[in-house]
Design a protein around this ligand. Structure first.
Ligand SMILES: NC(=O)c1ccc[n+]([C@@H]2O[C@H](COP(=O)([O-])OP(=O)(O)OC[C@H]3O[C@@H](n4cnc5c(N)ncnc54)[C@H](OP(=O)(O)O)[C@@H]3O)[C@@H](O)[C@H]2O)c1
Length: 303
């Protein structure tokens, strides 16, 4: 009985955080412990292909902790009565920084300068800017607020949109989008995935944008209709900077790779160096709360 593993965590140093749980380690790469029958709390490996398939072998599971902010893909795998906690907040700095980097790179045409550097060419030309641009943040939650702070420092004019309006915070409701899209220079999508948001920005919404507007997606790929943004960028009417895609990975022969004014990163927004220390501190505290029977943070199902 004394040796039963009551928690499974992705990093070895977390085992010290709550010794009573006798945590085993599974990083999504090396083999997990053989006996998972006593696991009550499972912290999924981050950004690995493997992890969720172990849930089925944990009959005593009480808490599933994902380190992602998005969790819609876990819902079908969650056994009845198991609490699900997400990683809301852990990615704010990293994802907001990535969104800002994409916007600045696109506005100041860094892909062009990188190509010019490769050719050893000194061709001077002035570019657009972020300062004085109107930036529409669609999905004004935890990451959206972190991006807002960064955009304010860049002297952008920020307009905020969430599912429901929050007038006291200057946040518009999503039903106001048709009136807001035509006024935007940059639209940043930070909306969670799932059936409610799939195809939310399609051909009709993109058609409302000004010529030359920039569409940034750091939320979930299916929120933006891939065929529609491919058509609008292939014609050169709109530009795009995309960290998430539908499908992922984007097939090597997809026309979006070569469309003019398109900047692509492979879903790396949330996982930069700043994420890992924050995630480890958060999980250590969650394990201690679980051991002490205190309320867990970031509960999104059950509790
Ligand atoms: N690129 C990356 O590597 C990366 C990293 C981390 C997260 N993400 C993605 O970013 C998403 C947001 O993370 P977060 O921590 O900021 O989440 P959050 O705090 O829950 O905020 C989500 C925001 O989106 C709004 N929203 C939800 N559904 C909507 C809809 N159908 N239409 C319009 N707005 C909608 C919500 O509005 P209400 O407040 O009115 O409900 C809320 O303001 C995650 O779910 C994840 O998919 C990506």
């Amino acid at each position: 009985m004394a040796d039963i593993t009551r928690a499974l965590v992705p990093w070895d140093e977390l085992r010290e955080a709550a010794p009573d749980l006798r945590a085993g380690v599974y990083d999504g790469v090396a083999a997990p412990p053989a006996d998972l029958s006593g696991v009550e709390m499972y912290v999924l490996p981050y950004a690995k292909e493997h992890g969720p398939e172990l849930i089925a072998g944990m009959p005593k599971l009480r808490v599933l902790q994902t380190l992602n902010a998005g969790y819609e893909e876990l819902l079908p795998l969650l056994p009845d009565g198991v609490t699900l906690c997400n990683g809301r907040g852990l990615h704010d700095a990293s994802t907001a920084e990535h969104a800002l980097a994409l916007i600045l790179a696109a506005q100041r045409e860094f892909p062009k300068w990188v190509a010019e550097q490769r050719e050893h060419r000194w061709t001077r030309e002035h570019t657009g800017s972020l300062a004085d641009s109107r930036v529409l943040i669609v999905g004004y939650g935890s990451i959206g607020a972190a991006l807002d702070v960064r955009l304010a420092a860049c002297e952008a004019d920020v307009v905020r949109v969430a599912r429901r309006p929050r007038p006291d915070e200057g946040v518009h409701g999503v039903d106001e989008l048709p009136a807001l899209l035509p006024e935007a220079d940059v639209v940043v999508l930070i909306v969670p995935g799932g059936p409610d948001s799939a195809g939310m920005i399609g051909a009709r919404e993109l058609a409302l944008l000004r010529d030359g507007a920039l569409v940034v997606n750091v939320g979930r790929g299916p929120v933006l209709d891939t065929a529609a943004i491919t058509a609008e960028t292939a014609s050169g009417r709109l530009r795009a900077a995309l960290d998430v895609m539908d499908p992922e990975p984007l097939p090597a022969d997809h026309p979006l790779w070569d469309a003019p004014g398109v900047l692509i990163t492979p879903h790396v927004g949330g996982g930069s160096a700043t994420f890992y220390p924050r995630a480890k501190r958060f999980v250590a505290a969650q394990l201690q709360r679980f051991t002490a029977g205190r309320a867990l943070r970031n509960v999104v199902v059950g509790g």
